[in-house]
Design a protein around this ligand. Structure first.
Ligand code: PMP
Ligand code: GLN
Length: 380
């Protein structure tokens, strides 16, 4: 392993999901639903396979039907107009979009300011690009970004702001005022913004506001989303980018040599999913909000300090009230102690001390699974 990837070993998600399988535990670690997305959308994928649509290499940027559906979705939900031919790119999940963006846009030595705790692939991709990550640390209890601190982090080497809202793992949703301040800074210093919005449809308090819609932002913003979260098909790995044509062209160049193209038949199905009526998106959010409340209540009763998330399908907790200090040790022992798997937030920090006593649970699981997990946790 080269020095750039030193210390990046095995992702925490692989480690903890393997532990869940080995111990037969309830897996509230890795964020994937235990119920598949709409049956009609699964049938659309099956039909595409059987009818021979997408079984051979599809077009590199994505099939036209899906690029059009992505552009329509951005218009319908965000009021943003993108040209499906030049301003949309289909990727192998949001993960590839993040990789393509960072590999295509960064020079070695460039500084990237990212909200910390950061989703694990950010650190890896910044490292693979030879760039330098500069964390803007979000702190309990409310995890709001310190905008003065952000301003102070900008240097002549800063090239890009890497945002994530709704934010994994804290559940923070950037407010209109925060977005406006970040946008003003990006314009002032001529920075690029890559914004990971995979949880855009999972906002429980307030609303999701796309930073690309703010003055001066469209031309410098790469917006990323994914079908995995919104339609509960995380295994399909269909993601996308919307950005101005020169940025999409740059990402397309990188994507050509990462995966060349994304899996064909799923693209037809996701094109249908993006056109589902508003009721689908509303019901999805309402269902997850109910699950959030169920898990938050259960964790509170079990003695955790719960930071109620405004968005995503994760709850961050503090284990200090349980007499515990170290989230990594706690999560390694939890399957043996009570048959539940969670993720230690410390792995999302450069400075593990900052998230030492924080532990993340996902609530994208059946109600009875959440109830059983909570009753097990209440016994520790
Ligand atoms: N970004 C964030 C913030 C995530 O939580 C995840 C994981 N679902 C991804 C990106 C990766 O998304 P995908 O599975 O579409 O690659
Ligand atoms: N995004 C999901 C999470 O944060 C899992 C994705 C992954 O396993 N890479 O749990």
């Amino acid at each position: 392993l080269n020095r750039r990837l030193d210390g990046l070993g095995t992702t925490i998600f692989a480690e903890m999901s393997a532990l869940a399988t080995a111990t037969g535990s309830i897996n509230l670690g890795q964020g994937f639903p235990d119920t598949d997305g709409p049956r009609g959308i699964a049938e659309a994928a099956a039909r595409a396979v059987l009818e021979g649509r997408g079984n051979q290499y599809p077009p590199g940027p994505g099939i036209p039907e899906l690029r059009t559906a992505i552009a329509e979705h951005q218009q319908r939900f965000r009021g943003l107009a993108y040209d499906p031919d030049t301003e949309v790119l289909v990727t192998a999940g949001a993960t590839e979009a993040i990789a393509a963006a960072l590999l295509a846009l960064l020079e070695p030595g460039d500084e990237v300011i990212a909200l910390e705790p950061f989703y694990d692939s950010y650190a890896a991709c910044i490292a693979m690009a030879g760039a330098v990550r500069v964390p803007l640390t979000l702190r309990a209890p409310d995890f709001r970004p310190d905008l003065d601190r952000l301003r102070a982090l900008v240097t002549p080497r800063t090239r890009l702001l890497l945002l994530n809202s709704p934010h994994n793992p804290t559940g923070l949703v950037l407010s209109p005022d925060e977005l406006a301040a970040i946008a003003a800074l990006a314009v002032e210093h001529d920075l690029l913004v890559v914004t990971d919005e995979v949880y855009e449809h999972l906002v429980f308090a307030g609303a999701h506001h796309p930073i690309a819609a703010l003055p001066g932002m469209r031309e410098r913003t790469v917006s990323i989303s994914s079908a995995g979260k919104t339609f509960s098909f995380t295994g399909w790995k269909v993601g996308w980018v919307t950005a101005p044509a020169p940025l999409v062209a740059a990402l397309r160049t990188a994507k050509q040599y990462l995966t060349y193209v994304s899996a064909g038949p799923f693209q037809y199905a996701v094109a249908e999913a993006l056109r589902l009526p508003d009721a689908y998106f509303e019901d999805f959010r309402a269902d997850l909000r109910r699950k959030r409340d169920l898990l938050a209540h259960g964790l509170t009763s079990a003695g955790f300090r719960v930071f109620n998330p405004e968005g995503t399908y994760f709850i961050t907790t503090d284990i200090t009230p349980l007499g515990e200090k170290d989230g990594v040790e706690f999560c390694r022992a939890l399957p043996e102690r009570c048959g539940v798997v969670a993720i230690p937030n410390a792995v999302f920090y450069d400075d593990p001390e900052a998230g030492r006593s924080l532990v993340r649970f996902t609530f994208c699981k059946k109600d009875e699974v959440l109830q059983e997990a909570v009753s097990r946790l209440a016994r520790i």
